[in-house]
Design a protein around this ligand. Structure first.
Ligand SMILES: [Zn+2]
Length: 79
């Protein structure tokens, strides 16, 4: 188990969290994103792969022009 680099004493545990992106008057939400969370200070980490795909996903959701959109992480794998 990796130690938290922020507070120095928390254990990092895999969890699922929603992530939100905003642009002008648009919001995009991706739910159930796999992350690691520090049990002590609450710091959240994303792996490089997850962060990259999340960025692409947010771009796609926001580029669609919808005022608000929400997608489940598992449902985004096909695209
Ligand atoms: Zn911590």
């Amino acid at each position: 188990m990796m130690r938290c680099e922020r507070c120095g004493h928390g254990d990092r545990r895999p969890e699922r969290r929603a992530r939100l992106a905003e642009r002008a008057n648009q919001t995009a939400v991706v739910v159930e994103v796999p992350v690691e969370v520090c049990m002590s200070c609450g710091q959240v980490w994303l792996s490089m792969d997850v962060a990259k795909r999340l960025d692409a996903l947010f771009d796609r959701l926001l580029d669609s022009g919808a005022e608000s959109s929400q997608i489940h992480w598992e449902n985004s794998r096909a695209t």
